[in-house]
Design a protein around this ligand. Sequence first.
Ligand code: SF4
Length: 683
Amino acid sequence: LGTALPRLGHTRTTCGYCGVGCALDVLTSDGEVTAVRPAADGPVNRGHACVKGRFAHGYLRSGDRLTRPLLRRGGRLEPVDWDEALGHIAEGLRAAVAQGGPDAVAAISSARATNEENYLIQKFMRAGIGTNNVDNCSRLCHSPSAAGLTAAFGLSGGTDTFDDVENADCLLVVGANPIEAHPVVGARLLQRVLRGTRLIVADPRAVGLADHADVHLRPRPGTNVALFNGLAHVLLAEGLVDDEFLRRRAAGLAELTALVADYPPGRVAEITGVPAEDLAEAARLYGEAAQPAIVYGLGVTEHLHGTDGVRTLANLAILRGAAGTGRGYGVNPLRGQNNVQGASDMGALPDLLPGYGKVTDPGARGRAERVWGVPLPAHPGLRIPEMFAAARSGALRALWVIGEDVCATDPGSTGVAEALEACPLVVCQELFLSETARRADVVLPAASWLEKDGTFVNFDRRFQRVRPAVPAPGQARDDFAIVHAVAAACGVDLGVPTPAEALAECGRVAPIFAGISHERLEREGALAWPCPDPYGPAEAKLYLDGFATPDGLAHLAARPYLPPGEQPDDTYPLILITGRRWAHYNSGSMTRRSGNIRLDATERLDVHPADARRHAVREGDRVTVESRHGRATMRVRVTEETVPGQVFCAFHFPESHVNALTSGHADTDTSCPEYKVTAVRLR
Ligand code: SF4
């Protein structure tokens, strides 16, 4: 009586952390999140969620959340209103184009942002500015998957859904630690293994699933291609291949057979350190399974020859006829960030339009030109590392960074900071004053995934709705509204005023998404692409009627092993691998501000007991790690999860400067950094 009751809310949305795409029910009271519950009817999570999705939301109301635009004046970032910030950006973009043409401007979009936001930024860059200089952070993780899977099968996505993978009778999990990095999927895989599914783990580290593996292969970092060629050698030598499939549906068998003849288990053991008998046992397990599946992560892609790694891994599924037949469950990447699949699907890439049409293809370009009503640039734009190089050389005069802390997470972070210093206009839209935002000329306060409307695509190609559970604080706006506002300040009307209209327009540019709309998602729930027909099925299973390659065949790849860019020596005797830990996410900007998960509070360097003795360091000691490129400091964790000669750390703590250590080596096909192999020493 006379007492105001709290306004209670309940919103179904999709987790904004990893690419599993758990459906979550967010409970709110008076505009504040009070609890997050995993949805029992979530198509991937089925009532489960991990610590991040359930509890890491405290950052929303962190005291240092950005709530006003900031503009650099006299070397200091000062609060200004939106009009002044937007006016400064528009003036800077016009000056950049006037001095260097449209290609003097570039944007780094985000695999954290929604599909609609990614669609809008790439449309603005192409149709508004006139450049293909737009890329997203999948460049740093799964760009080799996009290149490798497209070349092998025709489409840039996993060949099967996770439900299919779960039906496998043998799992080959490569370069992935799903128990920590994709916990809900990790738990589902583990449940299958506990019920009898055979498991092969290929990873240098003793990742969680390795405890339950029939065979654990521990290749030296950077030797995947030799390992996969060795497995192919055994499959072919022992007749564990699907001859009928290879004859009717695959190309490249003769070349592959000739190449892998040079990879008998004994030679592979010399290169990889994997015992020959373990390699042969793993090949037989995979080769004799009726329904094998491959699941892989960044341990395959983040290498100097990451695309070759994806191609030679895909060879195994093709040899077994385990893709596009319904008898086996292909090759499936575990995507790291929530929307890393969607950001690329939407064309936030320098060479590809929405739906993966090449910018150099007049047909694909013409379709986008007809929808957008302007001629589009026909030459590919800059990849992220090329953007930094162009900024350092003076060719790039304006860089717009959306939701990425490139100074903390990109390799060779010292060089990234120099690039930002050299660029006349750096715009950064962020939740917090990140390492990158600190160096920007204009900082725009952005909304987080719990405050925005749109869709994400998860790691098995499912579009799922994202709905705002709470309002963004202060003057913060979602990325969709910010891109529209910047475009309007430049005199560009992007149309599509709502996310629903943006996705509908995307379907006209990209036929593989034409059947997916917000309205249909509301009605039917998650929808997987390709989905060309609004009234037709959303294809979860791919390639049953032929592969999407120009000739309809799956393509085997004969790729020789080539050594990694970094090799240990007497001065730098250890190999550093970087990756994720369970409770944190990327640069830690959200998880570390969520007081309800106080876990893993500092960066730790995993050191094998033998190396710890050799370097006279003990658990908890603070060490300086030095590479040929830089230095970092962190505390030691002595563990047998790593092997002698290798150390491991995460990248969740920018103050440790882990990426000052990493090299400029990158995948020769896609520029994905070689994060998994850095030669270091301890001090
Ligand atoms: Fe979110 Fe991934 Fe955890 Fe699911 S497994 S709750 S998608 S972080």
